[in-house]
Design a protein around this ligand. Structure first.
Ligand code: DMJ
Length: 686
């Protein structure tokens, strides 16, 4: 579903004719009218003209003022375009009765699921059948409200990261009555939506005298991994447990569909291609979950068909499905996945038939027809420049050059296009003219992020032989340092902001947290050492984006304060407080740990996993994105588990904790932007 378009209102004050606010109102109106009549026609016309001008000016400037106030100047179309990172807050998850009232249509693939449709909204567009028992999110019973509101930087904290996270977790033990009366009665348990199982007698309201005792020693959260007999928590097993729990929900309520809606125990459809299942294949393989892998493979073999009259987004389908199939083929050697990848790759090719050779965002893979979004002929820059790793690999495997030629052409065009600023690229490109549009706005976040990532990764994939890619990447990093990197006033935290027509906006999307990992990967491949310095600093900031939130989970967007006098480094606006289970920070932690072996990166990742378990884990299976990372008492489940939680977030956490660095060595594999591993090509004989 598209988020509601913004509406602008002009407020007119209509005086009540019976109002007696002004004693002399009638008389005054009459004398004004007389004066107006006394003016010459020219004078009246002039006044009317000026008033009209004022009105037009007011109307025009109102929306941009609103947008600027929200920190989105010059990007108003972000809100209307339903881009893949739209910063909307969906309605609160409804109660059971509300949900039951809303008659959900059957899952049908349709144009609303096409390209620039926000995946966050996409799954909501079509709702699957409701499970008979939908959990109610009751108001939590708070046992201890003494959690801190703000958390200082590490230097200001006495506790280490892990104990800190555990403390936070204990402070917010809460109980929510599950609606499944019968089941709960049988098990003699009351369960919270977060998945914490709490004994029934603990959940009944205790007499006031026992409250204190309970607060002092809250029960352990059974959602947490149990330490082994030796006392050490098996972090790898904890990730496997998290995956199994997520998979359980998907299997029970969304099997073969795109995304799980864990609260309503149903599913959402975006493309109708089993998105979560395919995105998860290589994760299951890597985690050693053989049974789960086997049943998923069976579905791919028997059920997955791309011969469907359905519009898909070229970028999302490429990174998640094509990338997932190719990666699984490489890990398993099973031809099934290569055959499926070939079929899909071929069906996506009509997207490149445009006047400029810059691909359209949407393709109907059944009809072989591509088109741009309904409202524009622009494509998103990151989308057209982050499909290269996959198509290039497809050409190598099939010995059919058409895929590689198509995506290389896009890179060639972008390489020589005017409108960049020190290597930084605008966010849109027109499929007719092949020119950048919406120039002058630069970000490393939504709509541009993976352009930078894929410059480096294509260079690595191709054996470091393509100089244009390296040149563009190095120039872009310099551009980032020159225009976008700043430090906060209070604690000198380094962050990457945005530039809008030379005006700096200290705003950073969580998406930008891919950057430390990418910079570190570049440095590992021989690029300048100061890239690694920047990576270390940015990694700390991304960590703080989690650490300083009451739930221990990062918001979608953070604003940074530049004034030394400001108390807070991080400012989170109400509209930006959601967390979609995104992977970028744990992805970077994985790279940073691999290259430095500093255990703190593992600890930071562990804290994040604990927080996901505490605030996003849903009873019965699945994890949900949440509305408010600042409210541990009511994080507000959004009822959606993104496919990238299984495809990326859990995979990177597992690889972060794994000591087997030969498993997916970064000298042999390059991860696509959805964490699917593709081989680095062997260098051609010299
Ligand atoms: C994923 O689909 C990919 O990582 C993409 O590059 C950005 N957005 C999501 C995860 O946040």
């Amino acid at each position: 579903m598209y988020p509601p378009s913004r509406k602008d209102f002009i407020s007119l004050t209509l005086n009540d004719p019976h109002s007696h606010t002004y004693n002399n109102g009638k008389h005054r109106r009459q004398s004004c009218w007389r004066k107006w009549k006394q003016l010459s026609r020219l004078q009246r016309s002039l006044i009317l003209f000026l008033l009209a001008l004022l009105l037009i000016f007011g109307l025009l400037s109102y929306p941009s003022m609103t947008v600027q106030w929200r920190g989105l100047s010059d990007r108003e179309d972000w809100l209307e375009l339903n881009d893949r990172e739209v910063k909307d807050i969906p309605p609160e998850v409804k109660s059971v009765s509300d949900q039951a009232e809303a008659k959900a249509p059957p899952p049908v693939a349709g144009p609303h699921m096409g390209p620039a449709v926000d995946p966050d909204a996409g799954a909501d567009a079509v709702v699957g059948p409701k499970a008979p028992n939908v959990p109610i999110l009751a108001k939590p019973r708070i046992k201890n409200k003494t959690f801190q509101n703000k958390r200082g930087p590490p230097s200001l904290q006495k506790d280490g990261n892990i104990s800190d996270a555990i403390g936070r977790k204990k402070q917010v033990q809460e109980v929510v009555q599950d609606e499944e009366g019968e089941e709960v009665d049988k098990e003699k348990k009351i369960v919270s939506w977060r998945g914490a199982l709490i004994e029934a007698d603990q959940a009944t309201e205790p007499p006031p005298s026992t409250n204190e005792k309970e607060a002092a020693a809250p029960p352990a959260n059974p959602a947490d991994p149990v330490p082994s007999e030796a006392g050490a928590v098996d972090r790898l097993e904890a990730v496997r447990d998290a995956f199994r729990h997520a998979w359980k929900g998907y299997k029970e309520y969304a099997w073969g569909h795109d995304e799980l809606k864990p609260i309503s125990r149903s599913f959402g459809e975006w493309f109708g291609l089993g998105l979560t299942l395919i995105d998860s294949l290589d994760t299951m393989w890597i985690l050693g979950l053989k049974e789960e892998f086997a049943e998923a493979k069976d579905w791919v073999e028997k059920e997955l068909s791309f011969d469907k009259n359905v519009d898909v987004n070229l970028f999302e389908t490429t990174i998640r499905i094509l990338g997932g199939l190719l990666s699984t083929y490489h890990l398993t050697g099973d031809q099934l996945f290569l055959e499926k990848a070939k079929d899909l790759g071929f069906r996506l090719m009509p997207a490149f038939k445009t006047p400029s050779k810059i691909p359209f965002s949407d393709v109907n893979i059944g009809k072989g027809i591509a088109h741009p979004p309904r409202w524009t002929s622009d494509s998103t820059l990151a989308e057209v420049t982050s499909i290269q790793l996959e198509f290039r690999e497809l050409s190598r495997l099939t010995q059919d050059p058409q895929y590689q030629e198509a995506v290389n052409e896009v890179m060639r065009l972008v390489h020589k296009l005017p409108g960049k600023q020190d290597g930084l690229v605008p966010m849109f490109i027109n499929t007719n003219s092949g020119q950048f549009t919406h120039k002058g706005v630069f970000t490393l976040g939504a709509r541009a992020d993976s352009y930078y990532e894929y410059l480096l990764k294509q260079w690595i994939q191709g054996g470091k032989a393509e100089d244009d890619l390296l040149e563009d990447y190095l120039q872009a990093v310099e551009g980032v340092k020159k225009h976008l990197v700043r430090q906060t006033g209070p604690s000198r935290l380094t962050f990457v902001g945005e530039l809008s027509h030379s005006r700096f906006n200290p705003k950073m999307d969580h998406l930008v947290c891919f950057l430390p990992g990418t910079l570190a990967l570049g440095a590992h491949n021989g690029l300048p050492g100061d890239h690694m310095d920047l990576a270390v600093q940015l990694m700390e900031t991304c960590h703080q984006m989690y650490q300083q939130m009451e739930t221990g989970l990062s918001p979608e967007i953070v604003h940074f304060s530049l004034q030394a006098s400001d108390g807070n480094n991080l400012i989170v606006k109400p509209a930006d407080r959601h967390n979609l289970l995104r992977p970028e920070t744990v992805e970077s932690l994985f790279y940073m740990y691999r290259f430095t072996k500093d255990p703190k990166y593992r600890d930071w990742g562990w804290d994040i996993l604990l927080s996901f378990n505490n605030y996003t884990k849903v009873l019965g299976g699945g994890y949900t994105s949440i509305n408010n990372v600042r409210d541990p008492l009511n994080p507000g489940p959004r009822d959606k588990m993104e496919s990238f939680f299984l495809g990326e977030t859990l995979k990177y956490l597992y690889l972060l904790f794994s000591d087997d660095t030969e498993q997916l060595s970064l000298d042999k594999y390059v991860f696509n932007t959805e964490a699917h591993a593709l081989p680095i090509w062997p260098s051609p004989p010299k």
